[in-house]
Design a protein around this ligand. Structure first.
Ligand code: NCD
Ligand code: ZN
Length: 346
């Protein structure tokens, strides 16, 4: 196969930031994807419908003229999110989900949830109004090993949460372990997961063996090779509750190559190409469309996209760095690598 045409995909987990950075990164996503679930972890976080609508307008204004792209907005859950805020979110057609960041788990999560018990009313309202919860599935704490955070979250937070709210639809974002993949595959219909390109392509040796490579550092952190293999199996299995979510998270080169480097991989500039690379290597290009373009809309109760994209087998080199505005640059995931699938420009 030298060419593959699929329905235009969507990105079900994306960080766009704001201002100059937004203007620099958005065109990459808009060229590939029709829609994206936009993460609310701005500073300050997007906690109200008014803030989400204002952010949506800024995203639309930052689009290159003539580009069709639909940002699917989310709210940032806090200890103080009220049932009224949830009702307003459920009534607003451009708001599609609410994101749970455990406080301190990742970039801009300081305002996140300190104890899920504080959110019971908000979660009950989401369950009642069928507004999905997106979870950053990590338990953090001095007693929690960095590599155990996802397992601890499943046992200590997610299972009790699912028991308390049996009707709540949940997306376990950016899963990183064999255990999480198994948990989703054997879980109920109301539970789905996104998988990033970095967790499909790399394991922790890529980040740590032979020197620390900060551009592989994201949260949840890369795990073992056997975890990567399980994620690859899940993504390419055709199972409808695994779908594409890049977690593309722009941080400047200076913020990454730093004594206290930021977490996040920037993949928007080659997102669908990186997934194609993974699916082709697994001999499963035939399942890319399900993962990238069909399973997500089905879970979110949205129509599938009507237009398509074409990828052609042809080598091209991912740039070492790209401009990010204000004299800053950004190093993409897989910088300098040769990719074998190229997005065909019409
Ligand atoms: C994300 C970011 O930079 O906003 N970073 C990351 O490592 N994935 C936040 C997140 O999704 O955890
Ligand atoms: Zn993210």
């Amino acid at each position: 196969m030298d060419q593959i045409t699929i329905r235009r995909p969507d990105d079900w987990h994306l960080h766009l930031r704001d201002g100059d950075v937004l203007r620099h990164v958005l065109p990459f996503t808009a060229r590939r994807f029709a829609r994206a679930i936009v993460m609310p972890n701005l500073v300050p976080p997007v906690t109200t419908v008014d803030q989400a609508l204002a952010y949506r307008r800024r995203i639309l204004e930052a689009l290159p003229p003539g580009t069709a792209f639909e940002p699917l907005m989310t709210l940032y859950l806090t200890d103080r999110t009220t049932a009224e805020t949830i009702a307003a979110a459920a009534a607003e057609e451009s708001v599609h989900a609410v994101k749970l960041y455990p406080a301190g788990a990742t970039t801009n999560s300081d305002a996140g949830v300190t104890d899920i018990a504080h959110c019971d009313q908000a979660l009950a309202a989401m369950e009642e109004l069928d507004l999905p919860l997106l979870v950053h599935g990590e338990t953090v704490g001095d007693d929690v090993d960095m590599f155990d955070r996802e397992h601890r979250f499943i046992d200590e937070r997610l299972l009790p949460l699912m028991d308390r709210h049996p009707g709540l639809r949940i997306v376990f974002e950016h899963i990183t372990t064999a255990r999480a993949a198994e948990f989703i595959a054997s879980g109920p219909q109301r539970l789905a997961a996104t998988i990033t390109p970095q967790h499909l392509l790399f394991n922790r040796n890529h980040m740590l063996a032979g020197g620390i490579r900060p551009h592989y550092y994201c949260l949840p952190i890369l795990k073992r090779e056997r975890d990567r293999e399980a994620l690859l199996e899940a993504a390419t299995s055709g199972h409808p509750r695994f779908f594409l979510g890049t977690d593309s998270a722009p941080h400047s080169r200076a913020d990454k190559e730093n004594a206290c480097g930021c977490a996040g991989c920037f993949s928007a500039c080659a997102a669908i190409e990186l997934y194609a690379e993974v699916f082709a290597a697994a001999g499963r290009l035939d399942r890319l469309e399900g993962f990238a373009s069909l399973h997500g809309p089905a879970f979110y109760h949205l129509p599938v996209n009507q237009d398509s994209i074409t990828l052609t087998r042809s080598g091209w080199c991912l740039p070492d760095a790209l401009p990010l505005g204000d004299g800053q640059s950004i190093v993409p995931l897989g910088a300098g690598r040769t990719l074998h699938w190229q997005l065909h420009t019409h």
